[in-house]
Design a protein around this ligand. Sequence first.
Ligand SMILES: *Cc1c(COP(=O)(O)O)cnc(C)c1O
Length: 372
Amino acid sequence: MIPFIDLQTQRRRIEGDVQGAIAAVLEHGQFILGPEVEELERNLSAFCRTKHTLGCANGTDAIVLALMALGIGEGDAVFAPSFTFVATVEAVKLVRATPVFVDVCKDTFNLCPDSLEAAITHIKGQSSLRPKAIIPVDLFGQPADYRKIEAIARQHGLAVIADAAQSFGARLDDKPVGAWGDIATTSFFPAKPLGCYGDGGAIFTNNDELLSLIRSYRNHGQGKDRYDNIRVGLNSRLDTLQAAVLLQKMKIFPDEIAARDTVAQNYTRNLPERVVPQATLAGATSVWAQYTVVVDARDRLRAALGEAGIPTAVYYPKPNHLQAPYVDAPRAPGGLPVTEYLQERVFSLPMHPYLDDDTQARILSVLAKAMN
Ligand SMILES: *Cc1c(COP(=O)(O)O)cnc(C)c1O
């Protein structure tokens, strides 16, 4: 069986550097908010051309912290796709706000600007909820249509929190993910394009005021010092050990992004007919957290690939608006027909920077045979 995501080849490539970095942390012993955390935050800011970066415990907390810093809570409406990992909307519920589900585009799988506008108008016109923010998700590694979404947000006075958990390293109009939105968040979960060896996350913003709020909220609502607590916050810091690992992984990250793109372009050029890949928005690059296609006979295709030792996955088999805690959340007028269409037809092929040419060729040939 070939691996769906190969983390071992990368581990061997940087093993010596990672072990040295971990040993250095064990030696200085500053396990919480040690010097590697600040160094990583500076590197990440430079990498995505954003003024400020703060590490935090994971990508879910990153969204929660962003919502807290924006003062979002009970009675507030937050617009988000249903076609995403549950954490996007879970964060909204955790701060007692109401997620409003918006449909996605059939080609890019990302937030649909028309459905978004309809949802905002609907909530403004008929409900007691106050529209406050939009959380676009960069599904499978590709930036959402921030040009249009930011324009809609400005027009309606809404904040944009970019859920870039899957897309860190991607760009839109040459502007890196991290710099789009009022706040952007990401995850360093091991399987994400830039993953650590455990849980980790980060928050990006150009806004000084939001920075100081997030810094306080991630550390028990800290005021002027550790024992001055001026707001109710979280314990959500990025471990120094994880920051040390990420500093080493960042050195090879640009190279890995290029390698992922080479695999994706090869897949796209050689897919059989009627296997439709996620489209990339004009002006956007993807870091291909997943390489995902749309087909009609998904189960049959996946079975054929599985028999040939080729693993596949379905992200996400059940959209959030059909999950028990979220079934009552408002939806865009007209519902979520594209989300429901995609949810029954998408699946993802093996994708990682170390997928060699022969394996790609084998995957494509099994796929072509199964389509006949
Ligand atoms: C992974 C992911 C998250 C959550 O990140 P964690 O670090 O696992 O908490 C949030 N949103 C999306 C879209 C994700 O893929």
